[in-house]
Design a protein around this ligand. Structure first.
Ligand code: AMP
Length: 610
């Protein structure tokens, strides 16, 4: 049986699990009662821990701690969560600098990853029951603005739930995948995600299968619940009696549910009757009135959209389509407002509550190992870099970098008039190029002949989501470019990665010494060349013989050190020579100035660093 990798949307209010069937159809897995959403709620009480619907039912039970919206606390320090803590009704304590929720019955506190783990475990069990096989691999989505710490905490939650999180992907990326974007359809897409309590907007640039988030904006406290509140407040204005009754939590809760019901009904009707006979309340809510009530919220979302566009230097004209995510985008007024604002097609045919989970399942299926020739990983298993002077490795993308990734660095020439550079692409953790895996070699030709150190050669490493690496070298004045495309993981299994890391670890000390020596020799050679060039040019009368002898003596000492294997000694002798030649550099400068004043031409080469 093919091993199934599931896609999980771990949401603030709801979570879902999905997978791609053999027939290619993506299915969101329901629970035994046929419900696909799982409230992201955990209840702690004397009689045990509950997750999901049964946890949510306990919301007004004074004996139970009901944890909701724990995603807002995920991977953040206690201090950072101050604002979010003030929005929840359960206690949050400082647990070694992290937020944690006390579980009085068990005399301990749960960290946000532990809460996340309980939700993930519930989804995992649901998937295992539905599929009749064990499920251990998953792709989990996170908001695009999540930083490394928040992503790591989400991964930790997965590990605690017994899941191997193959990849963490951005929610807007998942939404785009659910619409089949990225396979042939490139462009700039806006993802408008309005849920129950949060609004996230992202601009997603999709090019050749690489999804790059160009800008994010949003409001972590704006969503459908605000509309429900606006409705109840309207009712309180109509009926002060209702307002006073609503001081009781269970009445407030009931009213909120009634408001939500009315709001949802107004997506398909133009008016609804609301009757609460027990409170002697009866009223009619029209869609037009609801549109007026939510107008300020519509404006707030559009303000975020404008900010994101301006941050990324784009306009609505650059956007090729708008993807709608989150239950509140069903609201006709929002669809209308977003459609008018962008004047672009709306992607709204996939259920906005399921679209992220479905996209995660698409990614999960890609990762399920159909392509056996590639080691598919969410991070680079080994560092990637190039060989530089002295045979040392210069790392551009360190190991464990999340893919896709890009890195750029400037290099130069080491020989005067050099017109070609050889780029040697390496993989591994060793300091010396010869000890690493050689992935490719290519040449950048046509560099203008200039003094050593003058040309600026930009080397770019770009690694896509499937781990394919493109290395480009570009000489900046001429724009001459050369590149190579490599599969760094080709022929590299998990065992090999482990062996290579072990080897690097075993050699760490000697590698350090070798690298020190190589770098010191390179530096020494540069200083030596400059010194000999300066000595040849400086006039006898401005450099006393004793100084010249002292410099030459130090040159000999340095050369001897360069023959040896002690990097520190080479470095010390180089520094000594550098110090001795400083007055020489000043004299040369003076000499150049007086030559110029005497009407003679300045020497062609720049002598200031001699
Ligand atoms: P989510 O967090 O994405 O599950 O979104 C849930 C929010 O969407 C809740 O506030 C719901 O009240 C809201 N919602 C669901 N359906 C509709 C609808 N037809 N019209 C307006 N809001 C809706």
């Amino acid at each position: 049986m093919k091993k199934i990798v599931v896609g999980i949307d771990l949401g603030t209010t709801h979570s879902l699990v999905a997978y791609r069937r053999e027939d290619g159809h993506v299915e969101v897995i329901p629970d035994r009662d046929g419900r696909v959403l799982l409230p992201s709620v955990v209840a702690l009480s004397k009689d045990g821990v509950r997750v999901g619907w049964s946890a949510r039912e306990r919301i007004n039970d004074p004996e139970t701690t009901v944890i909701y919206a724990a995603k807002r606390l995920m991977g953040r320090s206690f201090e950072e969560t101050e604002n979010d803590r003030s929005h929840v009704s359960y206690p949050v304590v400082d647990w070694n600098g992290s937020p944690a929720i006390p579980d009085p019955s068990r005399n301990r506190a749960l960290t946000p990853p532990e809460v996340g783990a309980l939700i993930l475990k519930e989804l995992r069990t649901r998937a295992e029951e539905a599929l009749g096989q064990s499920v251990s691999d998953a792709v989990v989505t996170v908001p695009a603005y999540f930083n490394d710490g928040q992503r790591q905490a989400t991964k930790d939650a997965g590990t605690l739930a017994g899941l191997n999180v193959l990849r963490i992907i951005n929610e807007p990326t998942a939404a785009a995948l659910a619409y089949g974007l990225g396979s042939g359809k490139d462009g700039l897409f806006a993802v408008f995600d309005l849920g129950g309590g949060t609004f996230d907007f992202s601009l997603l640039d999709i090019r050749k299968g690489i999804f790059e988030v160009r800008a994010t904006n949003g409001d972590t406290h704006l969503g459908g619940e605000d509309f429900d509140r606006a409705i109840t407040e309207e009712w309180f204005r109509i009926s002060p009696k209702l307002a006073s009754l609503a001081k009781r939590p269970e009445v407030r809760d009931l009213l909120r549910k009634e408001a939500e019901r009315a709001k949802i009904a107004l997506s398909s009707k133009t008016k609804v009757e609301v009757a609460l006979p027990a409170a002697g309340f009866r009223s009619t809510l029209t869609r037009d009135r609801l549109n007026e009530l939510v107008a300020p919220f519509v404006e707030r979302t559009l303000a975020c959209v404008r900010n994101a566009l301006s941050d990324s230097g784009s306009t609505t004209g650059d956007v090729d389509g708008v993807i709608l995510v989150g239950g509140s985008t069903r609201f006709p007024r929002f669809k209308e407002a977003v459609g008018t604002f962008f004047g672009k097609p709306l992607f709204d045919t996939v259920d906005p509550d399921l679209v992220v989970a479905e996209g995660a399942a698409v990614q999960a299926d890609i990762l399920s190992g159909r392509r056996k020739d590639l080691l598919l990983l969410d991070v680079t298993p080994l560092s990637l870099g190039i060989e530089t002077i002295g045979g040392v490795t210069s790392t551009l993308i360190p190991r464990n970098t999340t893919v896709p990734a890009q890195a750029k660095e400037l290099f130069t020439t080491y020989v005067d008039g050099q017109t070609n550079v050889d780029i040697h692409v390496l993989q591994g953790e060793r300091e010396m190029a010869k000890d690493n895996r050689s992935l490719a070699r290519f040449t950048l030709a046509g560099i203008p002949p200039l003094p050593a150190g003058t040309p600026r050669i930009e080397v770019t490493f770009q690694i896509d989501a499937n781990g394919i690496l493109e290395v480009t070298a570009r000489e900046q004045t001429t724009g001459k470019t050369s590149n190579v495309v490599i599969h760094p993981s080709y022929g590299l299994g998990k065992e090999d990665v482990r062996d290579l890391l072990k080897e690097a670890f075993a050699h760490v000390q000697e590698d350090f010494a070798t690298r020190l020596l190589a770098d010191a020799r390179t530096e020494a050679q540069t200083v030596l060349n400059a010194t000999l060039r300066a000595l040849g040019r400086v006039k006898e009368d401005i450099l006393p013989e004793t100084d010249r002898t002292a410099i030459l003596h130090q040159v000999d000492l340095m050369k001897a050190a360069m023959e040896g294997t002690d990097g520190r000694k080479v470095r010390d002798e180089t520094q000594a020579l550098d110090k001795l030649t400083q007055p020489l550099a000043e004299r040369l400068m003076n000499q150049s100035i007086s030559n110029a004043l005497a009407g003679m031409a300045l020497p062609k080469e720049d002598d200031t660093n001699a």
